[in-house]
Design a protein. Structure first.
Length: 473
Protein backbone atom coordinates (compact mmCIF):
# COMPACT_ATOMS: atom_id res chain seq x y z
CA UNK A 1 0.00 0.00 0.00
CA UNK A 2 1.83 3.06 -1.27
CA UNK A 3 0.51 6.63 -1.41
CA UNK A 4 -2.89 5.27 -0.34
CA UNK A 5 -3.03 2.86 -3.31
CA UNK A 6 -2.40 -0.90 -3.53
CA UNK A 7 0.41 -1.49 -6.03
CA UNK A 8 2.18 -4.68 -7.14
CA UNK A 9 5.79 -5.08 -6.11
CA UNK A 10 8.34 -4.11 -8.72
CA UNK A 11 10.14 -7.36 -7.96
CA UNK A 12 7.50 -9.36 -9.82
CA UNK A 13 8.07 -12.04 -7.18
CA UNK A 14 5.17 -13.48 -5.16
CA UNK A 15 4.79 -15.80 -2.17
CA UNK A 16 2.09 -18.40 -1.66
CA UNK A 17 0.09 -18.97 1.49
CA UNK A 18 -1.48 -22.28 2.46
CA UNK A 19 -4.19 -22.95 5.02
CA UNK A 20 -2.75 -24.49 8.20
CA UNK A 21 -6.14 -26.19 8.63
CA UNK A 22 -6.05 -28.34 5.50
CA UNK A 23 -2.97 -27.16 3.53
CA UNK A 24 -5.20 -25.80 0.73
CA UNK A 25 -3.97 -22.74 -1.20
CA UNK A 26 -5.15 -19.47 0.36
CA UNK A 27 -3.39 -17.23 -2.15
CA UNK A 28 -0.39 -17.34 -4.48
CA UNK A 29 -0.20 -13.60 -4.91
CA UNK A 30 1.57 -12.21 -1.83
CA UNK A 31 3.74 -9.49 -3.36
CA UNK A 32 7.42 -9.55 -2.40
CA UNK A 33 8.83 -6.05 -1.97
CA UNK A 34 12.33 -5.50 -3.30
CA UNK A 35 14.75 -2.60 -2.84
CA UNK A 36 12.85 -0.46 -5.38
CA UNK A 37 9.59 -0.97 -3.52
CA UNK A 38 11.18 -0.22 -0.15
CA UNK A 39 12.81 2.89 -1.60
CA UNK A 40 9.47 4.12 -2.95
CA UNK A 41 7.85 3.61 0.46
CA UNK A 42 10.63 5.48 2.25
CA UNK A 43 10.46 8.39 -0.21
CA UNK A 44 6.67 8.60 0.20
CA UNK A 45 7.02 8.52 3.98
CA UNK A 46 9.71 11.20 3.96
CA UNK A 47 7.68 13.53 1.71
CA UNK A 48 4.63 13.08 3.95
CA UNK A 49 6.69 13.60 7.12
CA UNK A 50 8.10 16.90 5.84
CA UNK A 51 4.91 17.88 4.04
CA UNK A 52 1.20 17.38 4.64
CA UNK A 53 1.50 15.27 7.81
CA UNK A 54 3.69 17.88 9.49
CA UNK A 55 0.92 20.43 8.94
CA UNK A 56 -1.68 18.28 10.71
CA UNK A 57 -2.53 19.68 14.12
CA UNK A 58 -2.66 17.36 17.13
CA UNK A 59 -6.43 17.52 17.00
CA UNK A 60 -6.41 16.51 13.33
CA UNK A 61 -4.10 13.55 14.10
CA UNK A 62 -6.48 12.53 16.88
CA UNK A 63 -9.42 12.74 14.51
CA UNK A 64 -7.95 10.46 11.81
CA UNK A 65 -6.66 7.99 14.43
CA UNK A 66 -10.08 7.75 16.06
CA UNK A 67 -11.76 7.35 12.68
CA UNK A 68 -9.28 4.57 11.82
CA UNK A 69 -10.15 2.82 15.10
CA UNK A 70 -13.87 3.01 14.27
CA UNK A 71 -13.25 1.62 10.79
CA UNK A 72 -11.19 -1.25 12.21
CA UNK A 73 -14.08 -2.12 14.51
CA UNK A 74 -16.53 -1.96 11.59
CA UNK A 75 -14.36 -4.35 9.54
CA UNK A 76 -13.24 -6.58 12.44
CA UNK A 77 -14.85 -9.73 11.08
CA UNK A 78 -13.21 -9.46 7.64
CA UNK A 79 -9.81 -8.74 9.20
CA UNK A 80 -10.21 -11.61 11.67
CA UNK A 81 -11.19 -13.96 8.86
CA UNK A 82 -7.97 -13.06 7.03
CA UNK A 83 -5.97 -14.10 10.11
CA UNK A 84 -7.97 -17.29 10.60
CA UNK A 85 -7.40 -18.31 6.97
CA UNK A 86 -3.71 -17.33 6.88
CA UNK A 87 -2.31 -18.47 10.21
CA UNK A 88 -5.09 -20.61 11.62
CA UNK A 89 -5.99 -18.35 14.54
CA UNK A 90 -9.47 -19.36 15.77
CA UNK A 91 -11.93 -16.71 14.54
CA UNK A 92 -13.01 -15.67 18.04
CA UNK A 93 -9.41 -15.11 19.12
CA UNK A 94 -8.60 -13.31 15.88
CA UNK A 95 -11.59 -11.00 16.45
CA UNK A 96 -10.33 -10.25 19.96
CA UNK A 97 -6.87 -9.44 18.57
CA UNK A 98 -8.43 -7.00 16.11
CA UNK A 99 -10.11 -5.32 19.09
CA UNK A 100 -6.65 -4.59 20.46
CA UNK A 101 -5.93 -2.53 17.32
CA UNK A 102 -8.78 -0.07 17.85
CA UNK A 103 -8.10 0.11 21.60
CA UNK A 104 -4.43 0.99 21.03
CA UNK A 105 -5.21 3.56 18.34
CA UNK A 106 -7.79 5.21 20.61
CA UNK A 107 -5.32 5.24 23.52
CA UNK A 108 -2.57 6.88 21.50
CA UNK A 109 -5.04 9.26 19.78
CA UNK A 110 -5.35 10.77 23.26
CA UNK A 111 -1.63 11.49 23.42
CA UNK A 112 -1.31 13.75 20.36
CA UNK A 113 -1.57 16.98 22.41
CA UNK A 114 -0.28 15.80 25.76
CA UNK A 115 3.40 15.12 25.22
CA UNK A 116 4.44 18.37 26.85
CA UNK A 117 8.06 19.36 27.17
CA UNK A 118 9.89 20.82 30.18
CA UNK A 119 11.02 24.32 31.12
CA UNK A 120 13.93 25.13 33.45
CA UNK A 121 14.07 28.54 35.16
CA UNK A 122 16.97 30.79 34.31
CA UNK A 123 20.20 29.77 35.96
CA UNK A 124 23.64 31.24 35.24
CA UNK A 125 21.84 33.51 32.74
CA UNK A 126 20.50 30.57 30.77
CA UNK A 127 16.82 29.68 30.25
CA UNK A 128 16.23 26.10 29.13
CA UNK A 129 13.40 24.38 27.31
CA UNK A 130 13.17 20.65 26.51
CA UNK A 131 10.91 19.72 23.63
CA UNK A 132 10.12 16.34 22.06
CA UNK A 133 10.38 16.16 18.28
CA UNK A 134 8.95 13.28 16.19
CA UNK A 135 11.82 11.01 15.16
CA UNK A 136 10.81 11.01 11.47
CA UNK A 137 10.36 8.06 9.09
CA UNK A 138 9.88 4.85 11.08
CA UNK A 139 9.60 1.20 10.11
CA UNK A 140 8.05 -1.81 11.78
CA UNK A 141 8.43 -5.55 11.25
CA UNK A 142 5.84 -7.88 12.73
CA UNK A 143 5.55 -11.53 13.57
CA UNK A 144 2.59 -13.73 12.72
CA UNK A 145 1.01 -14.71 16.02
CA UNK A 146 -0.94 -11.47 16.53
CA UNK A 147 -0.22 -9.55 13.33
CA UNK A 148 -2.90 -6.82 13.63
CA UNK A 149 -1.87 -6.08 17.22
CA UNK A 150 1.82 -5.75 16.32
CA UNK A 151 0.81 -3.22 13.63
CA UNK A 152 -1.03 -1.13 16.24
CA UNK A 153 1.69 -1.31 18.90
CA UNK A 154 4.13 0.17 16.38
CA UNK A 155 2.16 2.48 14.10
CA UNK A 156 -0.24 4.12 16.60
CA UNK A 157 2.36 5.81 18.87
CA UNK A 158 4.43 6.82 15.84
CA UNK A 159 1.65 8.64 13.98
CA UNK A 160 0.35 10.11 17.24
CA UNK A 161 3.55 12.17 17.62
CA UNK A 162 3.75 13.02 13.90
CA UNK A 163 6.03 10.33 12.50
CA UNK A 164 5.32 8.47 9.27
CA UNK A 165 5.56 4.71 8.94
CA UNK A 166 6.44 1.74 6.72
CA UNK A 167 5.12 -1.57 8.09
CA UNK A 168 5.95 -5.12 7.00
CA UNK A 169 3.87 -7.89 8.51
CA UNK A 170 4.95 -11.50 8.62
CA UNK A 171 4.86 -13.42 5.36
CA UNK A 172 2.93 -16.04 7.34
CA UNK A 173 -0.04 -13.75 8.04
CA UNK A 174 0.06 -10.68 5.75
CA UNK A 175 -3.62 -10.48 4.86
CA UNK A 176 -5.18 -8.85 7.92
CA UNK A 177 -2.62 -6.05 8.05
CA UNK A 178 -3.10 -5.36 4.35
CA UNK A 179 -6.74 -4.43 5.10
CA UNK A 180 -5.45 -1.52 7.18
CA UNK A 181 -4.14 0.24 4.08
CA UNK A 182 -7.61 0.94 2.70
CA UNK A 183 -8.92 1.88 6.16
CA UNK A 184 -6.08 4.36 6.74
CA UNK A 185 -6.97 6.12 3.50
CA UNK A 186 -10.67 6.18 4.39
CA UNK A 187 -9.84 7.51 7.87
CA UNK A 188 -8.14 10.53 6.33
CA UNK A 189 -4.44 9.75 6.70
CA UNK A 190 -2.67 11.63 3.88
CA UNK A 191 -0.75 9.57 1.29
CA UNK A 192 2.65 8.40 2.55
CA UNK A 193 1.84 8.51 6.27
CA UNK A 194 1.13 4.78 6.63
CA UNK A 195 2.79 2.53 4.04
CA UNK A 196 2.41 -1.26 4.13
CA UNK A 197 4.73 -3.61 2.30
CA UNK A 198 4.69 -7.40 2.12
CA UNK A 199 7.54 -9.86 1.81
CA UNK A 200 9.82 -12.02 3.91
CA UNK A 201 13.00 -11.47 5.88
CA UNK A 202 14.71 -9.96 2.87
CA UNK A 203 12.29 -7.01 2.82
CA UNK A 204 12.68 -6.75 6.59
CA UNK A 205 16.42 -6.61 6.19
CA UNK A 206 16.08 -3.80 3.61
CA UNK A 207 14.09 -1.77 6.14
CA UNK A 208 16.59 -2.42 8.94
CA UNK A 209 19.50 -1.28 6.78
CA UNK A 210 17.86 1.66 4.97
CA UNK A 211 19.81 4.90 5.40
CA UNK A 212 16.73 7.15 5.46
CA UNK A 213 14.70 5.32 8.08
CA UNK A 214 15.21 6.86 11.51
CA UNK A 215 13.79 4.12 13.74
CA UNK A 216 12.76 0.49 13.48
CA UNK A 217 10.58 -1.62 15.77
CA UNK A 218 10.70 -5.41 15.48
CA UNK A 219 8.64 -8.26 16.91
CA UNK A 220 9.84 -11.78 16.29
CA UNK A 221 12.55 -14.25 17.15
CA UNK A 222 15.70 -13.44 19.06
CA UNK A 223 17.71 -14.60 16.05
CA UNK A 224 16.07 -12.20 13.61
CA UNK A 225 15.91 -9.44 16.23
CA UNK A 226 19.68 -9.52 16.60
CA UNK A 227 20.02 -9.30 12.82
CA UNK A 228 17.79 -6.22 12.80
CA UNK A 229 19.84 -4.53 15.50
CA UNK A 230 23.06 -5.39 13.66
CA UNK A 231 21.73 -3.97 10.38
CA UNK A 232 20.46 -0.84 12.14
CA UNK A 233 23.91 -0.25 13.65
CA UNK A 234 25.80 -0.92 10.43
CA UNK A 235 23.58 1.42 8.40
CA UNK A 236 22.66 4.74 10.07
CA UNK A 237 22.40 3.76 13.74
CA UNK A 238 18.61 4.02 13.52
CA UNK A 239 16.82 3.67 16.83
CA UNK A 240 15.72 0.12 17.60
CA UNK A 241 12.99 -1.46 19.71
CA UNK A 242 12.88 -5.25 19.91
CA UNK A 243 10.00 -7.38 21.21
CA UNK A 244 11.36 -10.91 21.15
CA UNK A 245 10.62 -14.32 22.55
CA UNK A 246 10.18 -15.67 26.04
CA UNK A 247 10.30 -18.81 28.16
CA UNK A 248 8.31 -17.35 31.00
CA UNK A 249 8.03 -18.88 34.49
CA UNK A 250 4.92 -19.35 36.58
CA UNK A 251 5.14 -20.04 40.34
CA UNK A 252 2.27 -21.80 42.14
CA UNK A 253 2.29 -21.81 45.94
CA UNK A 254 0.24 -24.05 48.27
CA UNK A 255 -2.00 -21.12 49.26
CA UNK A 256 -2.92 -20.39 45.63
CA UNK A 257 -6.56 -20.53 44.50
CA UNK A 258 -6.31 -23.93 42.76
CA UNK A 259 -9.18 -23.40 40.32
CA UNK A 260 -7.75 -20.05 39.25
CA UNK A 261 -4.33 -21.62 38.76
CA UNK A 262 -5.77 -24.49 36.73
CA UNK A 263 -7.70 -22.11 34.44
CA UNK A 264 -4.63 -19.99 33.82
CA UNK A 265 -2.33 -22.96 33.20
CA UNK A 266 -4.73 -24.66 30.81
CA UNK A 267 -7.10 -22.31 28.98
CA UNK A 268 -4.87 -19.23 29.15
CA UNK A 269 -1.67 -21.12 28.45
CA UNK A 270 -3.25 -22.83 25.43
CA UNK A 271 -4.64 -19.51 24.13
CA UNK A 272 -3.56 -18.99 20.50
CA UNK A 273 -2.40 -22.64 20.62
CA UNK A 274 0.50 -21.61 22.83
CA UNK A 275 1.89 -19.35 20.09
CA UNK A 276 2.42 -16.40 22.39
CA UNK A 277 5.69 -14.80 23.40
CA UNK A 278 4.23 -14.28 26.89
CA UNK A 279 3.23 -17.93 27.39
CA UNK A 280 4.37 -19.11 30.81
CA UNK A 281 5.72 -22.38 29.47
CA UNK A 282 7.90 -23.09 32.53
CA UNK A 283 5.58 -23.85 35.43
CA UNK A 284 6.93 -24.39 38.94
CA UNK A 285 4.49 -25.88 41.47
CA UNK A 286 5.16 -26.33 45.19
CA UNK A 287 5.80 -29.97 46.03
CA UNK A 288 2.96 -30.06 48.58
CA UNK A 289 0.32 -29.50 45.87
CA UNK A 290 2.17 -30.87 42.84
CA UNK A 291 0.52 -34.25 42.53
CA UNK A 292 -3.02 -32.87 42.75
CA UNK A 293 -2.25 -29.92 40.44
CA UNK A 294 -0.61 -32.07 37.75
CA UNK A 295 -3.40 -34.64 37.83
CA UNK A 296 -6.05 -31.96 37.38
CA UNK A 297 -4.06 -30.05 34.76
CA UNK A 298 -3.66 -33.27 32.78
CA UNK A 299 -7.44 -33.70 32.77
CA UNK A 300 -7.91 -30.09 31.60
CA UNK A 301 -5.38 -30.50 28.78
CA UNK A 302 -7.20 -33.63 27.64
CA UNK A 303 -10.53 -31.78 27.72
CA UNK A 304 -9.07 -29.01 25.55
CA UNK A 305 -8.21 -31.59 22.92
CA UNK A 306 -11.94 -31.62 22.19
CA UNK A 307 -11.86 -27.89 21.36
CA UNK A 308 -9.51 -28.47 18.41
CA UNK A 309 -11.19 -27.56 15.13
CA UNK A 310 -11.35 -25.37 12.06
CA UNK A 311 -10.16 -21.82 12.71
CA UNK A 312 -13.30 -20.51 10.99
CA UNK A 313 -15.60 -22.37 13.38
CA UNK A 314 -16.67 -20.07 16.27
CA UNK A 315 -16.71 -23.13 18.57
CA UNK A 316 -12.97 -23.74 18.03
CA UNK A 317 -10.59 -22.77 20.83
CA UNK A 318 -7.47 -24.64 19.71
CA UNK A 319 -6.41 -24.04 16.12
CA UNK A 320 -3.48 -25.40 14.12
CA UNK A 321 0.06 -24.04 14.28
CA UNK A 322 0.82 -21.32 11.77
CA UNK A 323 2.49 -23.45 9.10
CA UNK A 324 4.34 -26.63 8.28
CA UNK A 325 7.70 -25.19 9.35
CA UNK A 326 6.43 -24.40 12.84
CA UNK A 327 4.63 -27.75 12.98
CA UNK A 328 7.85 -29.64 12.21
CA UNK A 329 9.71 -27.50 14.72
CA UNK A 330 7.26 -28.25 17.54
CA UNK A 331 7.01 -31.95 16.59
CA UNK A 332 10.80 -32.12 16.85
CA UNK A 333 10.62 -30.61 20.34
CA UNK A 334 8.01 -33.22 21.31
CA UNK A 335 10.30 -36.04 20.25
CA UNK A 336 13.30 -34.48 21.99
CA UNK A 337 11.19 -33.90 25.10
CA UNK A 338 10.35 -37.58 25.44
CA UNK A 339 14.01 -38.22 26.26
CA UNK A 340 14.40 -35.14 28.43
CA UNK A 341 11.34 -35.40 30.69
CA UNK A 342 8.29 -37.48 31.64
CA UNK A 343 5.42 -37.12 29.14
CA UNK A 344 2.22 -36.61 31.15
CA UNK A 345 -0.22 -36.10 28.27
CA UNK A 346 -0.21 -35.27 24.53
CA UNK A 347 3.10 -35.47 22.70
CA UNK A 348 2.01 -35.88 19.12
CA UNK A 349 0.06 -34.72 16.08
CA UNK A 350 -3.70 -34.35 16.41
CA UNK A 351 -5.55 -35.82 13.45
CA UNK A 352 -4.12 -36.67 10.05
CA UNK A 353 -4.30 -33.31 8.22
CA UNK A 354 -3.56 -29.75 9.11
CA UNK A 355 -0.88 -28.57 11.50
CA UNK A 356 -2.63 -29.63 14.71
CA UNK A 357 -0.68 -30.63 17.83
CA UNK A 358 -2.02 -32.30 20.98
CA UNK A 359 -1.88 -30.14 24.10
CA UNK A 360 1.20 -31.53 25.86
CA UNK A 361 2.57 -31.58 29.41
CA UNK A 362 6.16 -32.58 30.22
CA UNK A 363 7.12 -33.17 33.87
CA UNK A 364 10.54 -32.73 35.51
CA UNK A 365 12.66 -31.84 32.48
CA UNK A 366 16.39 -32.09 32.99
CA UNK A 367 18.02 -28.77 33.82
CA UNK A 368 19.70 -28.58 30.40
CA UNK A 369 16.70 -29.93 28.51
CA UNK A 370 15.96 -28.14 25.24
CA UNK A 371 12.24 -28.20 25.99
CA UNK A 372 13.07 -26.37 29.24
CA UNK A 373 15.54 -23.86 27.83
CA UNK A 374 14.20 -23.00 24.37
CA UNK A 375 11.02 -21.24 23.25
CA UNK A 376 8.85 -23.93 21.66
CA UNK A 377 5.97 -21.69 20.61
CA UNK A 378 3.29 -24.34 20.73
CA UNK A 379 0.82 -25.99 23.17
CA UNK A 380 3.64 -27.52 25.22
CA UNK A 381 4.16 -26.77 28.92
CA UNK A 382 6.90 -28.03 31.23
CA UNK A 383 6.39 -28.49 34.97
CA UNK A 384 8.91 -28.76 37.81
CA UNK A 385 8.41 -28.71 41.58
CA UNK A 386 10.06 -26.58 44.27
CA UNK A 387 10.27 -26.52 48.06
CA UNK A 388 11.10 -22.95 49.06
CA UNK A 389 10.46 -19.40 47.85
CA UNK A 390 14.20 -18.88 47.32
CA UNK A 391 14.44 -21.98 45.16
CA UNK A 392 11.39 -20.89 43.13
CA UNK A 393 12.90 -17.46 42.43
CA UNK A 394 16.21 -18.99 41.41
CA UNK A 395 14.53 -21.44 39.04
CA UNK A 396 12.31 -18.69 37.58
CA UNK A 397 15.25 -16.40 36.82
CA UNK A 398 17.48 -19.13 35.41
CA UNK A 399 16.78 -18.32 31.73
CA UNK A 400 18.21 -16.11 28.98
CA UNK A 401 14.74 -14.57 28.56
CA UNK A 402 12.90 -12.11 30.77
CA UNK A 403 9.55 -11.27 29.20
CA UNK A 404 6.70 -12.36 31.49
CA UNK A 405 6.16 -14.20 34.77
CA UNK A 406 3.27 -15.28 36.98
CA UNK A 407 2.86 -15.81 40.72
CA UNK A 408 -0.12 -17.69 42.16
CA UNK A 409 -0.56 -17.17 45.91
CA UNK A 410 -3.11 -15.70 48.28
CA UNK A 411 -0.43 -13.77 50.19
CA UNK A 412 -0.05 -10.21 48.90
CA UNK A 413 3.21 -9.78 50.78
CA UNK A 414 4.68 -12.95 49.30
CA UNK A 415 3.52 -11.92 45.81
CA UNK A 416 5.14 -8.49 46.04
CA UNK A 417 8.25 -9.87 47.75
CA UNK A 418 8.79 -12.26 44.86
CA UNK A 419 7.69 -9.81 42.14
CA UNK A 420 10.55 -7.52 43.15
CA UNK A 421 13.05 -10.32 42.60
CA UNK A 422 11.88 -11.66 39.24
CA UNK A 423 13.97 -10.60 36.23
CA UNK A 424 11.04 -10.00 33.90
CA UNK A 425 9.43 -7.00 32.28
CA UNK A 426 5.98 -8.22 33.30
CA UNK A 427 4.92 -9.88 36.59
CA UNK A 428 1.34 -11.14 36.82
CA UNK A 429 -0.13 -12.04 40.22
CA UNK A 430 -2.97 -14.60 40.24
CA UNK A 431 -3.55 -13.89 36.57
CA UNK A 432 -2.03 -14.47 33.17
CA UNK A 433 -0.21 -11.88 31.06
CA UNK A 434 -2.68 -9.28 29.89
CA UNK A 435 -1.58 -6.54 27.52
CA UNK A 436 -3.05 -3.11 28.13
CA UNK A 437 -2.55 -0.09 25.87
CA UNK A 438 -1.59 2.14 28.82
CA UNK A 439 1.16 0.07 30.47
CA UNK A 440 4.60 -0.64 29.03
CA UNK A 441 5.20 -4.13 27.61
CA UNK A 442 8.65 -5.54 26.95
CA UNK A 443 11.36 -7.80 28.20
CA UNK A 444 14.51 -8.02 30.29
CA UNK A 445 17.61 -9.78 28.97
CA UNK A 446 17.19 -11.41 25.52
CA UNK A 447 13.43 -10.89 25.44
CA UNK A 448 13.85 -7.48 23.96
CA UNK A 449 14.97 -3.88 23.97
CA UNK A 450 12.66 -1.01 24.90
CA UNK A 451 8.93 -1.08 25.51
CA UNK A 452 5.66 -0.88 23.58
CA UNK A 453 2.37 0.58 24.87
CA UNK A 454 1.98 3.20 27.54
CA UNK A 455 3.93 6.45 27.65
CA UNK A 456 7.18 4.48 27.38
CA UNK A 457 6.01 3.16 24.02
CA UNK A 458 5.33 6.72 22.85
CA UNK A 459 8.71 8.07 23.95
CA UNK A 460 10.50 5.72 21.54
CA UNK A 461 9.10 7.80 18.67
CA UNK A 462 10.44 11.20 19.76
CA UNK A 463 13.85 12.75 20.25
CA UNK A 464 14.41 15.08 23.20
CA UNK A 465 15.81 18.49 22.21
CA UNK A 466 17.20 20.90 24.82
CA UNK A 467 17.01 24.57 23.81
CA UNK A 468 19.19 26.91 25.88
CA UNK A 469 18.64 30.67 25.66
CA UNK A 470 21.24 33.16 26.78
CA UNK A 471 19.12 35.67 28.68
CA UNK A 472 21.87 38.27 28.95
CA UNK A 473 21.81 39.29 25.25
O1 LIG B 1 10.01 -15.45 13.36
P1 LIG B 1 11.01 -14.50 12.58
P2 LIG B 1 9.22 -16.67 12.81
C1 LIG B 1 9.79 -16.94 17.80
C2 LIG B 1 9.13 -18.27 18.01
C3 LIG B 1 9.07 -18.81 16.62
C4 LIG B 1 10.38 -18.31 16.03
C5 LIG B 1 10.36 -18.24 14.53
O2 LIG B 1 9.96 -19.08 18.81
O3 LIG B 1 9.06 -20.22 16.65
O4 LIG B 1 10.51 -17.00 16.55
O5 LIG B 1 9.16 -17.56 14.11
C6 LIG B 1 11.04 -10.91 9.64
N1 LIG B 1 15.80 -8.95 9.11
N2 LIG B 1 8.80 -15.89 17.69
O6 LIG B 1 9.96 -17.43 11.75
O7 LIG B 1 11.88 -15.24 11.62
C7 LIG B 1 10.05 -11.89 9.08
O8 LIG B 1 9.80 -11.63 7.70
C8 LIG B 1 14.60 -8.34 9.21
C9 LIG B 1 8.45 -15.18 18.89
O9 LIG B 1 7.90 -16.10 12.46
O10 LIG B 1 11.64 -13.72 13.67
C10 LIG B 1 8.82 -11.62 9.94
O11 LIG B 1 8.12 -10.49 9.47
N3 LIG B 1 13.42 -8.99 9.34
C11 LIG B 1 7.78 -13.87 18.55
C12 LIG B 1 9.43 -11.30 11.30
O12 LIG B 1 10.78 -10.93 11.04
C13 LIG B 1 13.45 -10.35 9.37
C14 LIG B 1 6.69 -14.05 17.53
C15 LIG B 1 9.39 -12.46 12.29
O13 LIG B 1 10.04 -13.54 11.69
C16 LIG B 1 14.65 -11.07 9.27
C17 LIG B 1 7.21 -14.75 16.39
C18 LIG B 1 15.86 -10.31 9.13
N4 LIG B 1 17.06 -10.91 9.04
C19 LIG B 1 8.23 -15.69 16.50
N5 LIG B 1 14.35 -12.40 9.34
C20 LIG B 1 7.13 -13.19 19.73
N6 LIG B 1 7.90 -12.41 20.45
O14 LIG B 1 5.94 -13.36 19.94
C21 LIG B 1 13.01 -12.49 9.47
N7 LIG B 1 12.45 -11.26 9.49
Amino acid sequence: MLLNKYVDAKSGETLSLYSPHDESLVTDNIQVADQTDVEAAVVAARIAFKGEWSRFTAAQRTKVMMKFADLVDEHASEIAECEAKAMGQPINIATMVVGIVSAVFRYYAGWTDKLNGEQYPEQDGMYKIVQYDPIGVCAGIGAWNASPAFFAFKVAPAVAVGCTFIYKGSEKSPLGVLQFGELAKEAGFPPGVINIITGDGRAGSMLASHMDINKISFTGSVFAGKKVQEQAAKSNLKRVVLELGGKSPSLIFPDADMENALVHHSQNFLFNTGQACIAASRTFVHEDIAEKFIEQLKARFQQFTHTIGSPLDPKTFLGPLVDGKQFERVMQFLEIGKSEAELVTGGGRHGKSGWYIEPTIFLNPKDDARIYREEIFGPVITIRTFKTEEEAIELANDTSYGLSSCIFTSSASRALRIARQLDAGNVNINTWQTLSPNTPFGGYKQSGLGRECGKQGLMHYVEAKTITINMSV
